[in-house]
Design a protein. Sequence first.
Length: 506
Amino acid sequence: VKLQKFVDKLPIPKTISPIKRDKKGSYYEVAMREFTQKLHRDLGPTRLWGYNGMYPGPTFDVMKGETSYVKWMNDLPKKHFLPIDTTIHGAEKTVPQVRTVVHLHGGKQHDHSDGYPDAWFTRNFEQIGPKFQRKVCEYPNLEATTLFYHDHTMGITRLNNYAGLGGFFIIRDEHEQSLNLPVGNYEIPLMIQDRSFNPDGSLFYPATPDKNNHRLPYPSIVTPFDADYILVNGKVSPYLQVEPRKYRFRMLNYCNSRAITLKLDSGQPFYQIGIDRGLLEKPVKMNEILLLTTERADVIIDFSLSYGKTIILKNVFKGASPETTDVMQFRVTTPLKGKDTSSLPDQLTKIDFLTTEMAIKTRDLTLIRVEDGYGRSLNLLDGKMWNDPISEKMDLGTVEIWRLINQTADDHPIHLHVVDMQILERQPFDVAHFQATGKLKFTGPAVPPEPNERGFKDTIRAPTGYVTSFIARFDPFAGLFVWHCHMLEHEDYDMMRPFEIVKKKN
Ligand code: C2O
């Protein structure tokens, strides 16, 4: 299929309202359903799975400190429509095919509500996974930022997400509201994803990396998979009509695996105000923004000097195909409805950074690539499989430094649940020497975090051939959580590990 760009209007996902609200918080119910939806003018309706039958799912828009209770329900069919590799841990023939569990990405919540991969449930909760705890999840919404929720089921996360199970979750606070940033129609979330299609409009997801290799199981996982087209909020390269004024865009790379580098073809910069875990201290002017999957960039774009023009939001990531270089188009054609009174303050917030003296422990953790029994590549965290005993255990409230020693050929987006990650530095090392001796020999100076990484993150880029160091305080909740590469094709295939925050006894 060959699809024309900029023929569909950018959809803006609807905000969900609570069923009830009281002193304890707000209560919502969300059902995952199968439905069809048009993803491009020239594509037939596409079969999808979505929260409340929507793709993307409805946007939660809540205030900090107001607890949200969400009953997530699975009303999906019993059979999956994407190819399941039953050789992958957790996706064996013995478990039900269609399992779901929801994770609020970047949120700080108790482990019982964190969407542990083995806490899955099937239609009507008929069957549940070994770690299932509760039907209603509790989100305390501790900090203002752009989060999103998505499926996290063991062994099929890549497929459930690709089918459409994801949505925004925005938390606001009074401080941010006092900054007078663009709001209302001038504040728009952009969920950027890639998808491939069959000629009939159905989603294409590969069933094998190599159909001529008869040693492989069928279906067989493809690690990783980059799809053919870029969608924003569920439409292939859409357009948006804007007024000549400032807008705020909460941009999320939510491709299964693809990295993107955003750039405006008008040559104008983004004023980046926020990242994964909230506002930066000061806006930073960025000509290009690199986002690995699940990284967020909260930006202001000023269209005030562009009336009558069209501006393309490009993906200039190295090797992007012609189909995936144009993310969307802004048409600055709507007359100004009123004076733009919003501001872009010089100072946004004050961040309490962690310092290396606070750390009581440094862990060296390798990212390595090996071969599995079928000759497929298998990426591992510290050489361990998902099922190996827990090796990362720490007391609640302690600060640690983790050094990610990336010997693989990929840049991996490494995500830790529940905690805030602060990048310390990245330093290139001699991979061959390390593999031969187990000792680090640096080959260049340490590089400080980029100007738009100087705040807290929940996913950080660990480039190939570098040691990426970050510091984190392991709080605010004790319990069992996970850390993993967020390329979903890696995460599903053992590039995920549990970690446990232990409550100190005294
Ligand atoms: Cu976005 Cu462990 O997840």
